[in-house]
Design a binder for this molecule. Structure first.
Ligand code: SF4
Ligand code: SF4
Ligand code: SF4
Length: 342
């Protein structure tokens, strides 16, 4: 059962998210966390934090996503014995869901947090904007200023963000809503487990009753973003129709022109689990590629890394939609859905 709370941000939404995350750390006696931080362009990525003081650098709204942080989770779970935390973007949470299903990754020791995503920029655009603004912090603050409207410069976002199926934080144990909200005054916290809410003493921490108008604004902006993404996805897919593979077998033929490159597979967290193997004739196995792409979360990290700059987000999304229909399976929705046997 969901439990939703409104919290006051006192003019400092980022500071409030940091303080709240510190409360989470203390309440659940976390040993370590993987979180996005607000560093320089070259190191603004997920960082491991061993001490709650390190959360001062926490910055979940920095518009840069160098890797899909879900890739770090299996190692983290293996290494640490106590409870660990991870703050993940919505597409990283979708990836984690698929990872738990693909290889039975046990996440009992993991506590997840997620914040509504304001979108991320390609690295060169991010660097240019940071230089223009003066610091990553200022760029992040600018993005937050527009969170009520759903973010800024969407047409400049990574293509994965322009076609994101959902930027809303809903899948983590603890989800922080900022989209469509007056974030200098309020944020929304949704906890997917009543016992966690009780341990956090949310009744005391939160404001009390949720304002219906504010909640309506939050849902309206998210619905608009999702619709806009869908329209953009359709428009790009139509424009690239000639490039889109007909099916998995045709995609494998396209991979053949990539030579020895396998970067998109190397950077994808889901490929850690089902790395497509080549057959004797050098082709990838159709079943492996199917198992990989049926779970695709649309994070776009593969496209970001592709040395040939291929529009992989749309290509993989096109294949995934076909597989979703064929196998009646939607990726990243729930950990309860069974993966189809392929
Ligand atoms: S794909 Fe969606 S959730 Fe992921 S970074 Fe882009 S907007 Fe955020
Ligand atoms: S295939 Fe690409 S878009 Fe899909 S989950 Fe992997 S890295 Fe993300
Ligand atoms: S990263 Fe690009 S060039 Fe490399 S295998 Fe993937 S699609 Fe081909």
């Amino acid at each position: 059962m969901n439990t939703q709370w409104m919290i006051k941000t006192h003019g400092d939404p980022l500071g409030t998210v940091r303080e709240f995350t510190k409360l989470v750390w203390k309440t659940f006696d976390l040993e370590r966390m993987v979180v996005p931080t607000n560093g320089k362009a070259e190191d603004t990525g997920p960082h491991f934090i061993d001490d709650s003081d390190g959360l001062e650098a926490l910055s979940p709204c920095t518009p840069l996503m160098p890797i899909n942080a879900a890739k770090l989770i299996p190692e983290l779970l293996e290494k640490d014995s106590k409870k660990i935390g991870a703050m993940l973007r919505p597409c990283e949470m979708r990836t984690l869901f698929e990872m738990t299903k693909q290889n039975g990754l046990n996440t009992d020791k993991l506590l997840t947090l997620s914040v509504d995503c304001l979108g991320t920029l390609p690295t060169d655009e991010y660097q240019w904007r940071v230089e223009r603004k003066g610091s990553p912090k200022k760029l992040t603050q600018e993005a937050l200023q527009f969170s009520r409207q759903g973010g800024i410069v969407r047409y400049r976002y990574r293509s994965a963000c322009q076609v994101c199926i959902s930027p809303q934080a809903t899948k983590a144990n603890i989800n922080i809503g900022i989209l469509g909200l007056p974030v200098r005054q309020h944020a929304l916290i949704t906890i997917n487990d009543e016992s966690l809410a009780e341990r956090l003493n949310m009744a005391e921490f939160a404001e009390g009753k949720i304002d219906a108008d504010i909640l309506e604004g939050h849902q309206r902006v998210i619905a608009r973003l999702v619709q806009r993404s869908e329209n953009t996805r359709e428009r790009i897919a139509n424009g690239l129709a000639e490039l889109l593979p007909e099916n998995v077998a045709t995609l494998i033929e396209q991979f053949e022109s990539c030579g020895d490159c396998s970067t998109c597979m190397d950077v994808c967290p889901l490929c850690d689990i089902h790395y497509p193997q080549r057959t004797e004739d050098g082709r990838f196995q159709e079943s492996d590629v199917t198992r990989w792409l049926i779970s695709c979360s649309g994070c776009g990290i593969c496209e970001q890394a592709c040395p040939q700059h291929l529009p992989l987000t749309i290509i993989f999304n096109h294949i995934q939609s076909q597989l979703a229909e064929e196998f009646d399976y939607q990726a990243g929705i729930s950990t309860d859905d069974l993966l189809p046997i392929i």
